[in-house]
Design a protein around this ligand. Sequence first.
Ligand code: FMN
Length: 324
Amino acid sequence: MKTRITELLGIQHPIIQGGMHYVGFAELAAAVSNAGGLGIITGLTQKTPQDLAREIQRCQRMTDRPFGVNLTFLPMITSPDYAGYIQALIDGGVKIVETAGRNPQVYLPQLRAAGVKVIHKCTSVRHARKAQDIGCDAVSVDGFECGGHPGEDDIPNMILLPRAAEELSIPFVASGGMANARSLVAALALGADGINMGTRFIATQEAPVHENVKQAILAATELDTRLVMRPLRNTERVMNNAAVERLLEKEAALGKSIKIEDIIEEVAGVYPRIMMNGDMDAGAWSCGMVAGLIHDIPTCRDLIQGIMTEAEALIRDRLIGLLD
Ligand SMILES: Cc1cc2nc3c(=O)[nH]c(=O)nc-3n(C[C@H](O)[C@H](O)[C@H](O)COP(=O)(O)O)c2cc1C
């Protein structure tokens, strides 16, 4: 399948693996890229720019296909050395960056001068337009369903994607709630040029996370995520667990006076304990409603091949068939 996103990124299939904290290591990014999609290493999971440089080299030893690096600009207690991370990925020869959170404008001249294509992930049409106006090459439009940070507008993809199609001239991918061939065909029909998946790629053979995480996704239904940190305007969709219930009780009790310090135990530094050690109640971890559509743990190749084969059948047999 050829779309504006496969052409822009030089990939075979219009499927991207979104950056994921403590999931997006070289093993997963390489597996997705080797299967013809675009794998992405999560920049900030690497503690220093030097660590990122080593992770990029590891990925290059596992694939000769294009892969990207995610740079997330979220409110943090101490700001990471973004300039250092950007220099590391440029020096490493990475040609695609997925930015998320704050607008990446200040870093665009440096990235563009190095021939790096920028996909900015946004949760609203106004932010997508802004990304287009400042010169991003593509956007990833993240609906309310998504795992991670859906923003504060709560617009699901059924509305957000066709609104993005009305307003954008640059290519965009649908993100949030994407899992299978139906997702891809629907996203294309809604105006997107491909899909970005997070949660679905955690439940794959190559995702280098503890087996408990994959099993938790398999066991979950679409009813099992919760929104946390809304009072802090840093809303995150996470898998429900004991820590999340405790966090939500604190939010209900403290109301508008809540501060990040009140919930620090549930949100800070929990990813290594969950993703590496499989301690599933250690804290709040991002997960999409799409968990309800995930019933197996395939290889990335089988997942992507299956989506592409079934999407073709859906288009040829079901959709074109409807016209006969
Ligand atoms: C465990 C997990 C960690 C994530 N970490 C990040 C991150 O560090 N930076 C980022 O931009 N997005 C992050 N995301 C969001 C994904 O890149 C992607 O946009 C989202 O998962 C799409 O929704 P889906 O889970 O319904 O596919 C994360 C998502 C998950 C599930």
